[in-house]
Design a protein around this ligand. Structure first.
Ligand SMILES: Nc1ncnc2c1ncn2[C@@H]1O[C@H](COP(=O)(O)OP(=O)(O)OP(=O)(O)O)[C@@H](O)[C@H]1O
Ligand SMILES: [Mg+2]
Length: 171
C-alpha cells in the first residue's frame, strides 16, 4: 500500500526458513549499492536467515551471524556489510562508523538497529519481523514480515520487489 510518494509498505508472510531465504533472494534481485536494511524483530524471528538468503543470492559465502564480531563483510555482486548490534548498549552502534560503508556503496544489513541512533533517512528499508500469534504447531514457523521504504530509490526497489513477489505467487 502506498502511503506517500517516497514511502511504500509491503506486507508478506513466510511459513518456513526456506521461504524466508527465498524472500532474501528476491530482495537481492532488486537491492542496489547504498541501500540500508534495518532488520527489527525479536530473537529468532528470522533476521539472520533473511540476510543469508540475500547474501547467498548475491554470490557471498560463509554467511554467519555477527553476534560476536559485530560486523561481517561479504564479497558479493554488491559488497555486503552485515551488522548485529544486539550486544551493544543504547547508541552503541554510533561509534562503528557504519556511514563509511555507505560512501563505499555497500549494501548494509543491520540486526538490532535500535542501538544505532543515526541511521540514514533515505535509501532505506525498515524490515520488521514478528512471530505469528497462533502458537499452534502448524503456525510455529510463520513469520509476518513488513517492509517499509524511505526515499525515492528505495521505494522504486520495493515496488520492484512487490511486483516480483506477485509474479512468483502467480507462477
Ligand atoms: N519462517 C521462518 N523464517 C525464518 N526462520 C524461521 C522460520 N520458521 C522457523 N524459523 C527458525 O527460526 C530461527 C531464526 O533464526 P535467525 O538466526 O534467523 O533469527 P534472528 O532474528 O537473526 O535472531 P537473533 O535476534 O538472535 O539474531 C531459525 O532457527 C529458523 O530455523
Ligand atoms: Mg540474527
Amino acid at each position: 500500500m502506498e502511503t506517500e510518494k517516497n514511502e511504500l509498505v509491503l506486507h508478506t508472510l513466510s511459513e518456513s526458513e526456506e521461504e524466508t531465504c527465498r524472500l532474501g533472494a528476491d530482495i537481492a534481485a532488486v537491492a542496489f549499492p547504498g541501500l540500508t536494511l534495518l532488520l527489527e524483530g525479536t530473537l529468532g524471528s528470522g533476521k539472520t536467515t533473511l540476510v543469508r538468503g540475500i547474501a547467498q543470492a548475491l554470490g557471498a559465502r560463509n554467511v554467519r551471524s555477527p553476534s560476536f564480531t559485530l560486523i561481517n563483510e561479504y564479497d558479493g555482486n554488491i559488497p555486503i556489510v552485515h551488522v548485529d548490534l544486539y550486544r551493544l548498549p543504547k547508541d552503541g552502534g554510533d561509534a562503528l562508523g557504519l556511514e563509511e560503508y555507505l560512501l563505499q556503496d555497500s549494501l548494509i544489513l543491520v540486526e538490532w538497529p535500535d542501538r544505532w541512533s543515526s541511521p540514514p533517512l533515505a535509501d532505506l528499508w525498515l524490515v520488521h519481523f514478528s512471530l505469528s500469534s497462533g502458537g499452534e504447531e502448524t503456525t510455529r514457523d510463520v513469520r509476518e514480515i513488513v517492509i517499509e521504504s524511505r526515499g525515492a530509490r528505495a521505494t522504486v526497489a520495493l515496488k520492484s520487489l512487490a511486483e516480483r513477489r506477485r509474479f512468483v505467487e502467480r507462477s
